[in-house]
Design a binder for this molecule. Structure first.
Ligand code: FES
Length: 315
């Protein structure tokens, strides 16, 4: 991945716990890359962490705009950004990547956001509005004060704000809004894992085809499951090392002196994708599709492990 230095040009409080961050090129020249709605960037933080955030702005804005929620369970990424980031600071930013693109077509786009999941969907909403594509945006939040960008969204006839619903009311509301699948429609959902699961289950019950459902994952759905020790052979480097129970393949490889490139560290971005030469990977990622997993030819070693006693990788 290509990395760029970018300057923090503005910081805004979008809600009490959502920080808006505007990043521009250091020397004021146009940004050296393009992107489409649904894209995200990696931020490499000074504390060594790399985190992914959706792009809300458009290339025509000539800056990146991100909205970052201060996660209560922060592993150090959002906490650092909320507490340490300052105006004028330089951050390393990866070129945008898109794992959640809007599909081409003229069918209706139904956007369902839970909490901070609004960020990629807001970019999609703006894009549909700009191009005249039929769109509706459903934005769920626990409380009104948690609705980011409400000034832009309130009052729009194709935006529906759902605030303070308990679980039963949420299920009823989803049933209501997903009840009419129209041919060629696409459903794009982003939010907490449990929320996305409920949206997906409800859509399938209501007759939405699998091919019409799109979700953005910013949290690994599965926890790493390396439960037993195994031998790791790094064929291209000529190294080998024992992977301890509970240890990640990436960490074991690093002990052996081999750096496997990392980005999300959660099995969702594909950055660490590595070819398997021998052994049986046990997949814990959300990146490979079912066929790729079944082939046993690939592994995301940041989260996945091995169910055989030996794993040989092409790195
Ligand atoms: S680093 Fe993102 S999938 Fe492994």
């Amino acid at each position: 991945m290509s990395w760029f230095d970018m300057r923090v040009r503005a910081l805004r409080e979008e809600t009490r716990d959502i920080l808006g961050v505007e990043l521009a090129s250091v020397d004021g020249v146009p940004l050296p890359f393009d992107w489409l709605p649904g894209a995200h960037v990696d931020l490499r933080l000074p504390n060594g962490l790399v985190r992914q955030y959706s792009l809300i702005s458009r290339p025509a804005d000539s800056h990146l705009y991100l909205a970052i929620k201060h996660e209560a369970q922060s592993r150090g990424g959002s906490r650092w950004l909320h507490e340490e980031l300052r105006l004028g600071q330089i951050l390393r930013v990866g070129a945008p990547r898109n794992l959640f693109a809007l599909e081409d077509g003229s069918g209706e786009v139904v956007l369902v956001a839970g909490g901070i999941g609004i960020t990629p969907l807001l970019a999609m909403y703006r894009s549909c509005r700009a191009t005249g594509r039929p769109v509706s945006l459903h934005y769920f939040a626990r409380e009104r004060s948690g609705l980011a960008f409400h000034q832009e969204l309130e009052g729009q006839t194709d935006v529906f704000l759902h605030v303070g619903l308990d679980r039963a009311a949420l299920i009823d509301r989803l049933a209501e809004l997903l009840s009419a699948y129209a041919t060629k429609a696409g459903l794009y959902c982003c939010g907490p894992a449990g929320f996305m699961q409920q949206v997906r289950e409800r859509a399938l019950v209501e007759g939405w085809p699998e091919s019409a459902l799109h979700q953005e994952h910013f949290q690994a759905a599965n926890a790493p499951t390396t439960v037993a020790s195994f031998e790791l052979v790094l064929a291209a480097s000529g190294r080998q090392v024992q992977v301890g129970a509970g240890e990640s393949v990436v960490a074991a490889a690093a002990r052996a002196g081999v750096e496997i490139p990392l980005s999300c560290g959660m099995g969702i971005c594909g950055c660490c994708l590595t070819r398997v030469l021998d052994g049986v990977p046990s997949h814990c990622d959300d990146y490979l599709d079912t066929d790729q997993k079944a082939s046993g030819n690939w592994i995301l070693p940041c989260v996945s492990g091995c169910s055989s006693t030996r794993l040989v990788l092409d790195c």
